[in-house]
Design a protein around this ligand. Structure first.
Ligand SMILES: Cc1cc2nc3c(=O)[nH]c(=O)nc-3n(C[C@H](O)[C@H](O)[C@H](O)COP(=O)(O)OP(=O)(O)OC[C@H]3O[C@@H](n4cnc5c(N)ncnc54)[C@H](O)[C@@H]3O)c2cc1C
Length: 462
C-alpha cells in the first residue's frame, strides 16, 4: 500500500493532517490540543495500544489491572491536570488535601515505626518547613540544616546554571546536609523525582524539582494518584476526544523512517511500505526510537538531532506482590534504609482498603543494578523487605508475584544531560520534537511529556 498524503504548500487539495508519531502522554496531549483547535491530525502508534511508558495490562493469574510501574503525579503537574480535565479524566484521580507521606523504618529491636511527613494548611514554603519540623525520623539538627536548602532555593531565584556541573550529592554536601538527612529524606525525594541516584543525578534538575514542588503553592506539593489503571486513566478518553474532533488515531502503525529533503521533513515510511508525505510532523517517540528513524547523516548534520546518540536510559523495576490477607492499611509509604523505595497499596488506592487479596506494588527507581537481577532474586528480596517492614507479612507468603522491568523508563538525568535536551523546534521548519526527554526544563516525567506535546501543538497551530 502506498498512501500519499498531499504536501501542504502549493497544493489545492485539503491540508494534509499534522502527523504525530507516538501515542504516549506527549503525542496524545499534542493531538488533543490540535484537534481542539480544529487542526486535522493523524496520530500513529507502533503498538496495538496507546499509553507509551505509562500503561496498564491485566495480570493473567489474578485478573487484576497492573501498571507497567506505579506513577505518582503532583499538584504542580499543571499541564497534565489541564490535559486530563480536557479529555474528561480528572475524576479518576485522587488528590491529597495536604502534602503527606508516610515513612517506615526498622528499629533496633526489629519493631517498625511509622513517621509521617505531614504539611499543615500553611502557605508555601512554610508548610514544608512545618512538615519537616515534625518529621520524627530526623533529629532536630538535621531538620534545622534542611532550612539551608530552602534558603538556597530562594537565593537561586530561578538561576540554576551553577548547579549544572555538580551532582545532587555534591550540592547537598555543600549545603551541610548530614548523611542521615540525605539518606532518610533527600535521597528518597531525588530518586523518586529524577529516577536517578543522588551520586549521579544533576543538582540543577533537583533544584528545579524542589522549587516547582515546594516553593510556590501548598497544592503544588500534594500527591496525585490514579484510582484506576494507567491505561484507563487517559488513553481511551484521549482517543475519544481526538476522534470526536475529526482526528485519526492509528494503532499498529510502526514508523520505520522519516526522510528529509531541502531542510524539510519530506515523508514518513511505515513498516509494510506505506508512505505518508509530510505536511507537518510532531515526533513524540522516545530518543532511542527517533534515533532509529533518522539516518545518521541527517543526525550528524543537525544540531537538534545530534544529541540522540548521547542519551542513556535509567531503569525502574516494579515488583507486584499479592497477599491472601491484607498486610497494611497505608495507601503508599516510603521504606527507609531499604533496597525498595516505595510500597503502593493498590487496593487502598482504588478505594477498597480492607479488600482481599491485597495487591502491593513495590518500586525501585534508578534501578541500574536491580534491573539486571533475575526475577526470582527480585521477588525474594522484595518478600524479605516486606517481612522486615510489615509484621503481618511475616505470617504468610505472597501467593503470586509479577516483576516488570522498564529498562528505558526515562533518560538518565546525570550531570550535563540538561544541555543535550533539544528544543521543540528543529532546523527543519515542519518538524517538531515532543516527549518527556526534550528541553522542557523538567525531569522526564508525565508533566514534561504533556508540557512538550502542548508546546508543540501551540507552535504548529501558530
Ligand atoms: C515504570 C515507570 C514509572 C514511572 N513513574 C513516573 C511517575 O511516578 N511520575 C511521572 O511523572 N512519570 C513517571 N514515569 C515517566 C513517564 O511514564 C514518562 O515520562 C511518560 O510516560 C513519557 O511520555 P512520552 O509521551 O514522552 O513517551 P512514551 O510514553 O514513551 O510515548 C512514546 C510512544 O511512541 C511510540 N513509538 C515508539 N516508536 C515508534 C514508532 N517507530 N512508530 C510509532 N510509534 C512509536 C511508543 O510505543 C509510545 O507509545 C515513569 C515511567 C516508567 C517506565
Amino acid at each position: 500500500m502506498n498512501r500519499l498524503v498531499p504536501a501542504l504548500s502549493g497544493s489545492s487539495s485539503p491540508s494534509p493532517p499534522v502527523l504525530i508519531l507516538g501515542g504516549g502522554f506527549a503525542g496524545l496531549a499534542a493531538a488533543a490540543d490540535l484537534a481542539e483547535r480544529g487542526v486535522n491530525v493523524l496520530l500513529m502508534e507502533r503498538r496495538a495500544f496507546l499509553g507509551g511508558r505509562a500503561y496498564s495490562f491485566t495480570d493473567k493469574t489474578t485478573g487484576d489491572t497492573v501498571d507497567n510501574g506505579q506513577h505518582l503525579m503532583m499538584g504542580c503537574y499543571h499541564h497534565t491536570l489541564r490535559f486530563l480535565e480536557k479529555i474528561g479524566s480528572l475524576h479518576k484521580l485522587k488528590f491529597q488535601a495536604n502534602p503527606q507521606v508516610d515513612f517506615l523504618s526498622e528499629q533496633a529491636n526489629q519493631s517498625v515505626s511509622c513517621a509521617t511527613f505531614k504539611c499543615p494548611s500553611w502557605p508555601a514554603p512554610l508548610h514544608l518547613l512545618a512538615g519537616l519540623a515534625k518529621l520524627e525520623t530526623l533529629d532536630w539538627r538535621d531538620r534545622l540544616h534542611a532550612l539551608r536548602v530552602g534558603l538556597e532555593l530562594r537565593s537561586l531565584n530561578g538561576s540554576r546554571e551553577r548547579l549544572s556541573d555538580i551532582t545532587v550529592r555534591e550540592w547537598l554536601n555543600q549545603l551541610g546536609q548530614t548523611q542521615t538527612m540525605q539518606r532518610r529524606f533527600w535521597d528518597l525525594v531525588a530518586i523518586a523525582t529524577l529516577n536517578e541516584t543522588p551520586d549521579r543525578a544533576s543538582a540543577d534538575m533537583f533544584a528545579r524539582v524542589l522549587d516547582q514542588a515546594f516553593m510556590h503553592t501548598r497544592q503544588d506539593s500534594t500527591m496525585v494518584i490514579s484510582k484506576t489503571g494507567l491505561s484507563d486513566l487517559y488513553a481511551e478518553d484521549a482517543r475519544r476526544f481526538i476522534e470526536g474532533r475529526g482526528g485519526e488515531v492509528r494503532l499498529n502503525a510502526d514508523v520505520l523512517r522519516i526522510e528529509f529533503e531541502n531542510r524539510r521533513a519530506a515523508r514518513v515510511v511505515l513498516r509494510g511500505g506505506e508512505v505518508l508525505q509530510a505536511g507537518t510532523i510532531i515526533s513524540s517517540v522516545p530518543y532511542f526510537a527517533l534515533r532509529r528513524m533518522i539516518s545518521e547523516a541527517v543526525q550528524d548534520a543537525s544540531p537538534s538531532l545530534r544529541c540522540l546518540r548521547q542519551f542513556v536510559s535509567a531503569p525502574i523495576v516494579s515488583i507486584n506482590l499479592w497477599y491472601a490477607e491484607p498486610v497494611t492499611d497505608l495507601e503508599f509509604t516510603a521504606l527507609l534504609d531499604s533496597r525498595i523505595e516505595w510500597v503502593f497499596n493498590k487496593n487502598a488506592i482504588a478505594g477498597n482498603i480492607r479488600s482481599k487479596p491485597q495487591h502491593l506494588a513495590l518500586v525501585i527507581s534508578g534501578a541500574h543494578e536491580a534491573a539486571r537481577l533475575p526475577k526470582e532474586k527480585l521477588i525474594s528480596m522484595a518478600t524479605q523487605e516486606m517481612n522486615r517492614f510489615f509484621p503481618l507479612a511475616r505470617t504468610q507468603q505472597p501467593f503470586h508475584a509479577l516483576v516488570v522491568r522498564e529498562q528505558d523508563a526515562t533518560i538518565s538525568h546525570t550531570v550535563g544531560v540538561a544541555r543535550l535536551r533539544p528544543p521543540h523546534t528543529t532546523e527543519f521548519e515542519n518538524f517538531f520534537l515532543a516527549g518527556d526527554w526534550t528541553a522542557t526544563g523538567l525531569p522526564a516525567t508525565i508533566e514534561s511529556a504533556v508540557q512538550s506535546g502542548r508546546q508543540c501543538a501551540r507552535l504548529v497551530a501558530e
